[in-house]
Design a protein around this ligand. Structure first.
Ligand code: AMP
Ligand code: GLY
Length: 426
């Protein structure tokens, strides 16, 4: 198969690495890719926003299959335009991508199919939203309806904080994404990420992970895209996975089919495991980043075959097997992230950090005069396997410590919850 992978982050490097190992692969292209992805693929300077240009590229290069990494092209309808041109694609149509693109859409679907999620209300003006907050009280969660690059959610400890978040949304801070606001109940519990490959009808459980969204150790400071992750998530026992499939994933697929938007691709459920069981916080229509970087090293089966199976409606005949080992990834970010990261600093020592069981997935990197430099916020994902999360953590930090990049920073406590659990079991 000739495959085109869309994206340029650590997630896409992990996907490229795994796709490159497929016996089905004839040639891999990536648009735009990054220097790490270039180790597995030919990177092409396509404008991904220009869907017709992507279609022409696929025709000219006889692409058999397109894999879309990030959500923005999916929400913008890239999969629709590829399907219209008869080019098979892994990833949902724009209508199906509303599961990530509109929080209100997802909440309404949950209400219709009795899918457990925080109680909520939708508002298109500040006064009514504030009245609702006054009635329910704090803590309470305020969310911009649309995509806001992970910045549209406020966990308000007080009513005043909630009012300020409501004003932010309606003042246009998040553009059209904030023209509608969802306000919801604050859920207490432990968070977990749960992934399923979907072919419109069948959902195949595809691994669990936990990430660390806050920039600072002890889960403090501003939210980021994720500073590290590990897989599997200890809270996602077999029984919890079964319950999540039955109560959340399967009714969602059924609902999407019934509204005429069958979901294909990867469905990423952000869950809160509460004392009453799993509750849906949000859906994403793509792999998590950095969760993907800990799923791929654990996957024993052929990713490309599974993704093609999802696109072709064949998942009910397929299965996915995972290594018993845990995986953990530490994100190395450029100083200034998640605000304004410094660009251009030189990164050395990747070769000395690499070892069996270690993969360094690149995100915001670039080549300058033949050397690697930082070119974004999250820059490297140093990933290790180990029999336990504790051992994977030790191996990952040993590799991190061999990387020579004084302008980078990272959290020292990735995996702390799972490691604490492992220590308590000893
Ligand atoms: P989101 O952008 O929807 O992933 O939300 C960002 C983070 O806010 C989530 O990962 C949770 O930690 C937190 N969050 C979102 N909704 C709720 C909720 N209803 N209750 C508690 N925490 C929440
Ligand atoms: N790591 C969280 C996300 O990919 O949304």
């Amino acid at each position: 198969m000739k495959v085109l992978l869309i994206g340029s982050g650590g997630r896409e490097h992990a996907l490229a690495w795994k796709i490159a190992a497929s016996p089905l692969l004839e040639k891999l292209y990536a648009a735009p890719g990054n220097p790490g992805i270039a180790g597995h693929a030919e990177c092409v300077g396509l404008d991904v926003k220009d869907h017709q240009a992507v279609v022409y590229f696929c025709r000219d290069n006889e692409i058999d299959f397109v894999v879309v990494g990030p959500e923005a092209p999916l929400v913008a309808g890239l999969a629709d335009d590829l399907i219209a041109a008869d080019i098979p694609v892994f990833g949902p149509t724009a209508d199906a991508a509303r599961l990530e693109g509109s929080k209100g859409f997802t909440k309404d679907l949950c209400a219709r199919y009795s899918i457990p999620t925080a109680a909520y209300a939708r508002f298109s003006d500040a006064d009514h939203a504030k009245d609702y907050v006054r009635n329910v009280g704090a803590p309470i969660v305020v969310k911009a309806d649309g995509l806001a690059a992970g910045k549209g959610v406020t966990i308000a400890a007080s009513e005043e904080e909630a009012f300020a978040a409501i004003d932010d949304c309606f003042s246009g801070l998040f553009g059209v994404s904030g023209a509608e606001v969802v306000i919801e109940e604050f859920l207490e519990g432990e968070e977990a990420s749960f992934f399923c490959l979907c072919d419109g009808k069948t959902a195949l459980p595809f691994g669990t992970a936990q990430d660390h969204k806050r920039v600072g150790e002890g889960d403090t400071g501003p939210n980021t895209g994720g500073m590290g992750a590990y897989s599997p998530a200890p809270v996602m026992s077999d029984a919890m996975i079964e319950r999540t499939m039955r109560d959340i994933i399967e009714p969602t697929l059924k609902g999407m089919e019934e509204v005429g938007s069958p979901f294909t691709g990867v469905l990423y459920a952000g869950l809160m495991i509460t004392k009453d069981g799993p509750s849906l916080i949000e859906y994403n229509v793509r792999f998590g980043d950095p969760e993907c970087q800990v799923l791929m090293p654990r996957l024993r089966d052929d990713l490309l075959a599974l993704m093609k199976g999802a696109a072709d409606g064949q998942l009910k005949h397929m299965s996915a097997r995972w290594q018993g080992d845990a995986a953990l990834t530490v994100v190395m970010a450029a100083k200034g992230y998640p605000g304004s990261p410094e660009k251009g600093s030189v990164i050395k020592g990747l070769e000395t950090a690499e070892a069996p069981g270690i993969e360094i997935f690149q995100a915001g990197t670039a080549l300058r005069d033949g050397g690697l430099v930082a070119n974004g916020g999250r820059v490297l994902n140093v990933t290790a396997l180990g029999p336990t999360v504790t051992e994977a953590r030790d191996a990952a930090y040993a590799a991190v410590d061999r990387i020579d990049w004084p302008e980078g920073f990272f959290r020292r406590d990735i995996g702390w919850k799972a490691i604490k659990r492992e220590a308590e079991k000893l």
